[in-house]
Design a protein around this ligand. Structure first.
Ligand code: ADP
Ligand code: MG
Length: 229
């Protein structure tokens, strides 16, 4: 079953003389269990595509279907609630709430995603262990290295068992060990729980985890190829 479907999506960014056609007729489908890399040069439209897929930006035209719902037909409030329960998002920067500990950040997202408090705590412990940061649960974001912070952000995105995870260059600033932990967590979410995973990245180290690569250039999908390692 397709978890994400973009159908002939166009999206303009900016206004007036600065307007750019960031997405031009993009069609893309990602099924449960797939780990898809979205590759392409800077400015190609990767971040815009992820934002449209998450319902954070509306398409100028075209349709987006996410976890069984058509996003353009929903109000922004409905979109937000749908996103909280069904989508995990990893931003380029971690976006952890600075006044909450790592553990509290992850538990909060689980509860917002619809989990009961005890289950949320249990799942948080499991996620932090999987990402190798269980000992950091009581630290605040500013007490973490960049790699630790990004792993915490991934734990937060995965904790409620979303139908799809959208990640924007999640390993860009990470060393080999942290990058591998992030890639493995995303990979096992796809493989074990059948979630769809779509990752915008320049990082060639992620290719060995991917089931498919899609390239975007100048707002258009250029080609799509199976992963050959
Ligand atoms: N807020 C914005 N206002 C105007 N133009 C933007 C904005 N955000 C992105 N763009 C433009 O849209 C295009 C696609 O950007 P983006 O989706 O961020 O690409 P990528 O993530 O692949 O680097 C680029 O030409 C970029 O300059
Ligand atoms: Mg980007």
């Amino acid at each position: 079953m397709m978890v994400l479907e973009l159908d002939r999506v166009r999206r303009t960014r900016g206004v007036g003389p600065h307007a750019v056609e960031a997405l031009r007729d993009v069609s893309l489908a990602v099924g449960g269990g797939e780990f898809v890399l979205l590759e392409g040069p800077s400015g190609a439209g990767k971040t815009t595509l992820l934002a449209v897929a998450a319902g954070l930006l509306r398409p100028t035209s075209g349709d987006v279907c996410l976890a069984g719902r058509r996003l353009p037909a929903m109000s922004l409030g409905e979109c937000r609630r749908h996103r909280a329960t069904r989508v995990g998002f990893v931003f380029q920067r971690s976006n952890l709430l600075p006044r909450l500990t790592v553990g509290e950040n992850v538990v909060l997202m689980a509860v917002l995603g619809g989990m009961a408090r005890e289950a949320a705590k249990r799942e948080t412990t499991r996620m932090l262990e999987a990402l190798g940061i269980a000992t950091l649960a009581d630290r605040y974001p500013h007490e973490l290295s960049g790699g630790e912070e990004q792993r915490a952000a991934v734990a937060r995105a995965l904790v409620h068992g979303p139908a799809i995870v959208l990640a924007d260059e999640p390993t860009g600033s990470l060393d080999g060990v942290s990058g591998r932990a992030v890639a493995e967590s995303l990979g096992s979410l796809a493989a074990e729980r059948g979630a769809a995973v779509l990752v915008a990245t320049h990082d060639v180290r992620l290719r060995s985890f991917a089931s498919r690569r899609v390239r975007i250039v100048d707002g258009r999908i250029a080609d799509s190829e199976p992963d050959l390692g």
